[in-house]
Ligand binder design. Structure first.
Ligand code: FES
Length: 108
């Protein structure tokens, strides 16, 4: 994978997010309470709400528009809702957030 150094982990607030410009639109980086980082397109699969402004809990984010819940590690909407936000491989290494933009993960 072609990992790119995006920022320091500390640049993302715990239970917060940060938006970066990706090749196909904005990408939201989410930091969980466990200091894991996940990356999804900043577009809710429902009607395109900005997931980066949603509430993070566990490994989910709740869309700020109509409260769909999206699994951060898969991009899938939690039932009964159906849909998928594109996910990008992300990881934390030595306090840095790395993102693999080329390997766009397909929806399950
Ligand atoms: S746009 Fe996200 S729940 Fe409707």
């Amino acid at each position: 994978m072609n990992w790119q150094d995006i920022c320091a982990l500390e640049d993302i607030n715990p239970l917060g997010s940060r938006v970066i410009a990706g090749p196909h639109g904005d990408i939201a980086l989410f930091r969980t309470a466990d200091d894991e980082v996940f990356a999804l397109d900043d577009r809710c699969p429902h009607k395109g709400g900005p997931l980066s402004q949603g509430l993070i809990f566990g490994k989910r984010v709740a869309c700020p528009l109509h409260n769909w819940q999206i699994e951060l590690d898969s991009g899938n909407a939690v039932a009964p809702d159906v849909g998928c936000a594109h996910r990008h491989p992300a990881k934390v290494e030595n306090g840095r957030v790395l993102l693999a933009l080329k390997d766009l993960a397909a929806c399950a």
